[in-house]
Design a protein. Structure first.
Length: 274
């Protein structure tokens, strides 16, 4: 039994050595250092510093990095010896995410995965007016919303980050109370049967956490909107003003016509007497 155990141990050493020989290496996680909280699909936020990722393996022949996003964008790598490198001179926040290095090397295909982190920023489909306040945490005020009494609406927290953030909603600085009318689904807040009690300042706080070079960061983004509610009969007042204006105009015209006829009648009477 001892001989068998020794043989098995030696066998596993050989297997481990073989496995190690076909393994590769990849760059540690990177961090996109953003200095603003504003980004959009039309004008994504650019980063000043270049982004460099590398991977390596013995007998490296070719390599590429695949951005593990919805688009699965491929970045061909430059080969120098057993190392493969990509450099993106002016990356945007959309380059954040996980990357898989696919290498053709001695012993076959190898893959290694790394991450590119970014703190939460406001990312919208269209360019929207944003009032950004300076500070370690990003504090952003966005365009106010006017709702109609009795209607419903959705507010999405426009936070983009990697890794995904944890989101907390508040109203007027207090944790938002959920009910049969007020619900949350992911990053979306839904309110049905809107009434005047729903007016206030709604904020979403997005926090993500990641570690780069042994330093753990927990950056926060706070996005606020003022929500006001108008009566479902608000359209009645402008209509009433228009109708009242028309009635006054008709009365003025009618009064002027009566005065004109009276003057003409008096003038005709004077002529008849002469």
């Amino acid at each position: 039994p001892s001989l068998l155990s020794t043989s098995l141990a030696m066998w596993w050493v050989v297997v481990a050595a073989l496995l190690h020989s076909v393994e590769g290496a990849v760059s540690p996680p990177q961090y996109l250092n953003v200095t603003s909280a504003r980004s959009s699909s039309i004008h994504p936020l650019h980063i000043k510093n270049p982004l460099t990722l590398w991977c390596s393996a013995d007998g490296l022949k070719s390599a590429k990095f695949v951005h593990l996003s919805k688009e699965k964008k491929i970045h061909p790598a430059k080969i120098t010896g057993n190392n493969a490198t990509i450099t993106i001179d002016s990356p945007t926040v959309l380059y954040a995410g996980d990357y898989r290095c696919e290498m053709e090397a001695k012993g076959g295909m190898k893959t290694e995965t790394t991450s590119v982190y970014v703190r939460p920023v406001v990312h919208t489909e269209l360019v929207e007016k944003v009032d950004e306040k300076e500070g370690e945490n990003f504090i952003v005020d966005m365009t106010a919303i006017v709702l109609t009494e009795g209607g419903s609406f959705n507010i999405t927290c426009p936070a983009f980050s990697h890794p995904l953030p944890k989101i907390k909603w508040t109203k007027n600085g207090n944790i938002l109370t959920l009910s049969s009318r007020i619900s949350l689904s992911g990053d979306r807040l839904t309110i049905t049967g809107v009434d005047f009690s729903d007016e206030g300042v709604y904020s979403c706080e997005a926090v993500n956490e990641f570690t780069v070079a042994t330093k753990t960061m927990r950056p926060m983004l706070k996005v606020s909107r003022i929500v006001t509610v108008k009566s479902q009969y608000a359209w009645v007042w402008p209509l009433a003003v228009i109708i009242a204006t028309l009635l006054i105009l008709i009365l003025v015209i009618w009064f002027c016509e009566i005065r004109k006829k009276n003057r003409e009648k008096r003038a005709a009477t004077y002529l008849a007497e002469d």
